[in-house]
Design a binder for this molecule. Structure first.
Ligand code: FES
Length: 119
């Protein structure tokens, strides 16, 4: 049974070039006291968790490989930027967030949590 996810959208920048990119094409943003990793690959943006699901490596200190995976700096597990799938096969899942381009800027979606989820 699939459940329609609801998102709250938060603006992260007016334009891609206004984000504070590191030389590895990754940057960190902070929404509601929560850090999120933003990656740039083939002129597209992807958002994922700040820390690696394996042992908490800081994903923004890793790198993006030629196939569009983000590689954790600690043990080099790889995660598909689009799906969060652990493509190096260790069985973890990196949380990802949707990105949307709206006329006034770039937004990231956080899943809504609330009483509606309990119904
Ligand atoms: S902490 Fe990321 S691969 Fe181990």
């Amino acid at each position: 049974m699939s459940h329609q996810k609801k998102y709250t959208w938060y603006k992260i920048a007016d334009a891609v070039e206004l984000l504070q990119w590191q030389s590895n094409n990754i940057c960190i943003i902070e929404i509601n006291n929560q850090k999120v990793t933003i990656s740039k690959y083939n002129d597209q943006l992807f958002a994922c968790a700040h820390k690696c699901p394996h042992a908490g490596g800081i994903m923004s200190n890793g790198f993006i490989d030629a196939s569009g995976n983000i590689v954790c700096p600690i043990h080099r597990y790889k995660f598909d930027l689009k799906s969060g799938r652990n493509v190096s096969g260790e069985g973890y899942y990196l949380k990802i967030y949707p990105i949307e381009y709206k006329p006034d800027g770039i937004y990231i979606g956080f899943e809504e949590k609330g009483f509606l989820n309990w119904l």
